[in-house]
Design a protein around this ligand. Sequence first.
Ligand code: BTN
Length: 245
Amino acid sequence: MNTLFVGQNLITLESVDSTNTFLLDSSNTEKLVEGTVVYAKRQIKGRGQRDNLWISEGEKSFCVSVLFYPKIELSYQFTFNKCIALALVSSFNILGVKSFIKWPNDILVNDKKIAGVLIENSVRDKKLQKSIVGIGINANNNCSDIENAISLKEVFKNEIDIKVLLSTLCHELEKYYLLFRSDKKQIQELYNSLLYKKDSRVNFSKNGNLFTAVVKEVDNLGRLVLVEEGQEKAYSMGELRFNFS
Ligand code: BTN
């Protein structure tokens, strides 16, 4: 496919509560093509994972939501999430910065969060029919007051061109979505090769109990596989936390 379908239908908003909510509502009331992108200059009530708020700094933060109709078995749901994380890492690579994926899909640069992803799915007939992929990138905003966060501007010591960021991201989303459709094994392998702290011993906490384990990989179901005293154990999302302190 030569023509990009991601971003071909681009809806630009001056201001919105949440691009995810806007795209979810719009896609429920009108037929939007796959790859529709909603980009907001200002997002005032951004939503993050685990019901957290996602705070943006006017036009300096980068907020988009992208519409996909994956129509895949639910067992591939997390592999789809992996292709989104890979598209982000690849975009940052193209822009000149090396990043890693902190399970499940935070993107880190220099151990600090530079981007977050909120994927909201609609399921019917045991298939993932529609997916709203919300992406927040610390672009030209100031993160110095936020713990464990960094922006592209702070990395490059220069403002980033938002149009370049948007077109690079659309291109890489399309590339990795097509790869996901054709070669899921490669998506798994690439994701694991970019996994934050892979093969390193890390402190974790589970139900308030601290333990250390070596990060091995993320399996096809999206569980983090750790090695503790020679034994492999897979943990689901929400079951444990990285503990850096
Ligand atoms: C996270 O908690 O790490 C996920 C943050 C996702 C934020 C983005 S910004 C664009 C889109 N719209 C939202 O309301 N949230 C996502």
